[in-house]
Ligand binder design. Structure first.
Ligand code: SF4
Length: 377
C-alpha cells in the first residue's frame, strides 16, 4: 500500500514533514484510521504487525531526524488520561494530561522528548472511541473541575491537518461544564477550528520565547507573528487563549528579547481573552544534553552553569531564575488584564515570593487557574 500524490499542506504546516505512515494491522479498518489515511495523500503508507505480537519489529531503527518524518498509527493499550507528573517539592498546577501520541515533527533543541522516547518516530493513537470513553468516565465520576491538556508528550496541533483530532476534542468538550481543554502548540495551523461548537470550553495556547531563541533553537515552528496571528484569529472565533514562556533561556540580551516578545503579544492579541500565562525557566534531564548537543552542535545554551533540582533535572541557579522571572513578570504586568492568571511552573513558594508574586499566590494556584477559566467570556 503506497502512494505519492501531491500534498495539499500549507508551507508552514508541521504535518507536511510526514513522509511515511506505518499502520498497525489491527487499526487498518478503523474508520478514524481511514479518515487519516485519506488526508495523507503525500505519504507512503505501510501496514505493520501490531506491537506486542511476536512478529512485531520496529520499522525504523533510525535516527530522531528520520523518525520525525515517520508516523505510526497505533492503538493506545494503556490509559489516555492521567495527572501531570509534577514534583512534590515544587508548586504544581494540578493539570491532567490526555495522552494522544508521542513526539512531534517540529524540532526544538531543548525538547525534553528527545531524552524520553524509546523509539524515534512519531506515534498517534487511533482508538479515539476509547479515549472519549475514558474522558466520559473521568468527567462523570466526580464533581471535580478538570484542566486537561494534550501537549505533554507531543505538540497538540502539530499533526492536526492529518489527524483532525482538535475538531473531535473541541466539540466533545463544548458541553462539559466541569472541564476545560487546553491545546498547546508552536504551530499556526488553526483554520480547522473556525465554526466549531466549542462552547468556550477550549483554550488555545502558544509557547512563546525571546526572538533569538525562537529563531535559533526552534526549527520548523511558526514564527512569533504567525503564532500571534493564529491566536488573534482564534480569539475572534470566541476561543479563550493562554501563553507559556517556557523554557525561559538565558542568552545575551535576554531582557530585551523577552520584553519585545511580550510587547508584540499584547499589540496583536486582545489581553482580555488571555486566561493564563505561565513562566518556567529551562530545566532538563541529564540525558538530554548529550543528545541535543550531538543533534545541534552549534547550540550554546547547554554550556551555561546549572544545578541539579529536586526533580532530578538541571536548572539555572536560583539567583538567575529569580532575576529572569522578576523581569518578565514586570513586563507582563504592565500590559496583562488583571483577570489573567500569571504563574510559575514547577518552582517553590520561596521562588514565587522572591520573583515578585504576592504572598499566598503560589498556594492557591489550582483554584486561581480554575477561577481564571470562568471569568473569561
Ligand atoms: S514543539 Fe514542543 S514537542 Fe515539538 S519539538 Fe518543540 S518542544 Fe518538542
Amino acid at each position: 500500500m503506497s502512494s505519492h500524490k501531491n500534498t495539499t499542506f500549507k508551507p508552514r504546516d508541521p504535518a507536511r514533514h510526514v513522509r511515511t505512515i506505518f499502520v498497525e494491522e489491527s487499526c487498518l479498518d478503523l474508520p478514524y484510521t481511514k479518515e487519516i489515511l485519506a488526508r495523507a495523500g503525500h505519504a507512503d503508507i505501510r501496514p505493520i504487525k501490531d506491537q506486542g505480537q511476536p512478529e512485531f519489529k520496529l520499522p525504523y531503527p533510525h535516527s530522531l531526524n528520520q523518525g520525525k518524518q515517520a508516523l505510526l498509527l497505533c492503538r493506545n493499550r494503556g490509559h489516555f488520561f492521567k495527572p501531570c507528573p509534577g514534583t512534590r517539592e515544587y508548586r504544581c498546577c494540578d493539570y491532567q494530561v490526555l495522552n494522544i501520541g508521542m513526539n512531534c515533527p517540529m524540532d526544538c533543541v531543548y525538547c525534553i522528548l528527545q531524552a524520553y522516547l524509546n523509539n524515534p518516530f512519531l506515534s498517534f493513537f487511533v482508538n479515539v472511541e476509547d479515549l472519549l470513553a475514558e474522558l466520559d468516565l473521568a468527567l462523570t465520576r466526580t464533581s471535580q473541575f478538570w484542566r486537561i491538556g494534550t501537549g505533554e508528550f507531543t505538540d497538540s496541533m502539530a499533526l492536526d491537518t492529518l489527524t483532525g483530532l482538535s475538531c473531535i476534542l473541541v466539540e466533545y468538550m463544548g458541553d462539559k461544564s466541569t472541564a476545560i481543554l487546553e491545546l498547546k502548540t508552536k504551530s499556526a495551523v488553526v483554520d480547522q477550528l473556525k465554526g466549531l461548537k466549542h462552547g468556550g470550553r477550549t483554550i488555545m495556547a502558544w509557547s512563546l520565547n525571546s526572538g533569538p531563541i525562537m529563531a535559533g533553537e526552534e526549527f520548523r515552528t511558526a514564527s512569533l507573528d504567525e503564532r500571534l496571528e493564529a491566536a488573534a484569529r482564534c480569539a475572534s472565533w470566541g476561543y479563550k487563549l493562554a501563553f507559556h514562556f517556557d523554557p525561559i533561556i538565558y542568552h545575551d540580551g535576554w531582557q530585551q528579547g523577552y520584553e519585545k516578545t511580550i510587547n508584540r503579544l499584547f499589540d496583536m492579541v486582545p489581553a482580555e481573552k488571555i486566561v493564563w500565562i505561565s513562566m518556567g525557566a529551562l530545566r532538563f534531564l541529564p540525558a538530554l544534553r548529550p543528545i541535543a548537543l550531538t543533534r545541534f552542535p552549534k547550540s550554546r545554551f547547554f554550556h551555561e552553569e546549572f544545578i541539579m533540582g529536586l526533580d532530578g533535572k538541571y536548572r539555572y541557579f536560583r539567583s538567575l531564575r529569580v532575576e529572569m522571572y522578576r523581569h518578565i513578570l514586570e513586563c507582563l504586568k504592565c500590559r496583562a488584564s488583571p483577570d489573567t492568571c500569571i504563574y510559575l511552573c514547577m518552582e517553590s513558594d520561596e521562588i514565587w515570593r522572591e520573583s515578585g508574586f504576592a504572598a499566598g499566590e503560589s498556594t492557591n494556584l489550582p483554584e486561581a487557574l480554575d477561577l481564571a477559566t470562568q471569568k473569561k467570556s
